[in-house]
Design a protein around this ligand. Structure first.
Ligand SMILES: Cc1ncc(COP(=O)(O)O)c(C=O)c1O
Length: 389
């Protein structure tokens, strides 16, 4: 069976003609084509480097080209002769959250089609599926050994057994697990399942300890989508910019479907600067610092009484998971109490994840600055001692 995009994407969306504006053909002159206000914005800001009273560029080719170049230069698949990424492989969204929703809307017929997720995972896949009246099939990650790796054979069996599943979301590195999913296993799915899209959510990819982004593989596998965001390693969560890498065919569909001006001029101005060589170096330096701090925080926390000393999940993101235990077993009561006391008495906010599949007793902790982490370690020990005294 070969992959046929027209059978995956909803017919109306597959045949969509993208919204066109006069600005697609003419960008200069007396611009009286888009009902803008020639007097400028009501907010005066002399430091601004971008025009606000005109609609932003719907295509964002400069950013897409730079992003493709960055991921091409970092490719771990250079020995394979794959066509390099180019602007036509990208669709931009208002954060990955919009990219997730767009992919579901493109492929899943409400009330009929389904997505597959691997629990525990990021919550927005389920929320977007519910909003779109799309059923959710869950295949849990392997939690018994704390590895939180994918149950590949079970995933393939489930996908092949249900022709209404249109997207399989793989979060790699995982949230809240922090574990990069083995790329060979993902490629096995890509080769053996052709009736839907494998969407790898790589929000945390720049923090992974080994391997790298699967984005360059979109020109090898037409059934692959790779989602990235500028919210994490680039430190631009407030800007809201997500990137979907796909085959050029699927990218055409996603771009035709999106609101034409979804990326604001402010966002586009900032994210283009974020890809200058200087900013990319800063990103790498910050990632390096976070990776080093991640080691320190993990060591300090897992050496405390009532914290499981074996690693939970992976070390591939800008957070760690630790399991609060009592009598050797994950304990949600203690974990939740610690979470609450840390927030209310110490002013340190972490995330309680104890009710997620395989995460009993777990707290997810983002790696902060050196000072923030030191405070976390100190308060964590203090509050845990108070609670277990
Ligand atoms: C796995 C994962 N995907 C996507 C997102 C959302 O990213 P964005 O800020 O780009 O919407 C997050 C945010 O925490 C995440 O953890």
């Amino acid at each position: 069976m070969t992959f046929d995009l027209s059978k995956i994407v909803r017919p109306k969306i597959f045949n969509l003609e993208p919204y066109r504006c006069a600005r697609d053909d003419f960008t200069e002159g007396v611009l009286l084509d888009a009902n803008e206000n020639p007097h400028g914005p009501v907010v005066k800001d002399s430091n601004r480097e971008f025009v606000l009273n005109r609609y932003p560029d719907p295509h964002q080719v400069a950013f897409k080209t730079k992003m493709s170049e960055l991921r091409n230069s970092q490719s771990v698949f250079k020995d394979q002769k794959i066509t390099p990424l180019s602007a036509d492989n990208l669709c931009l969204g208002v954060g990955s959250d919009e990219s997730i929703d767009a992919l579901i809307r493109a492929c899943c017929v409400p009330g009929k089609d389904k997505i597959l997720i691997m629990t525990p995972t990021y919550g927005m896949y389920s929320i977007c599926a519910d909003i779109n009246d799309v059923e959710i099939i869950k295949v849990p990650l392997i939690v018994e050994d704390n590895s939180f790796q994918m149950n590949t054979d079970k995933v393939i069996e489930t996908l092949q057994g249900d022709s209404n599943i249109k997207i399989a979301f793989v979060t790699s590195p995982g949230n809240p697990t922090g574990a990069l999913i083995d790329i060979a296993s993902i490629e096995k799915i890509l080769s053996q399942w052709q009736s839907g899209i494998v969407a790898i959510d790589e929000a945390y990819i720049d923090f992974c300890s080994t391997g790298g982004s699967a984005a360059p593989l979109v020109n090898k596998y037409p059934n692959l989508a790779v989602l990235q965001t500028l919210s994490k390693s680039f430190g631009l969560a407030g800007v809201r910019l997500g990137v979907t890498f796909t085959s050029k065919d699927l990218s055409r569909v996603l771009n035709a479907m999106k609101a034409p001006y979804n990326i604001s001029s402010m966002a586009s101005n900032l994210v283009l600067k974020a890809l200058s060589s200087e900013s990319v170096q800063t990103m790498k330096d910050n990632v390096q610092e976070i990776v080093e701090e991640r080691e320190r925080v993990l060591k300090a926390l897992t050496s405390m009484e009532n914290v499981q000393d074996t690693q939970v999940g992976g070390l591939d993101a800008n957070f760690i998971m630790v399991r609060i235990v009592d009598g050797g077993k994950g304990n949600n009561e203690l974990s939740k109490a610690l979470y609450y006391r840390l927030a209310t008495e110490s002013g340190v906010v972490v995330r309680f994840r104890g009710t997620e599949y395989g995460c009993t007793g777990c707290l997810r902790i983002t790696i902060g600055t050196h000072e923030e982490n030191s405070k976390l370690i100190k308060e964590f020990e203090k509050k845990l001692k108070e609670l277990t005294a």
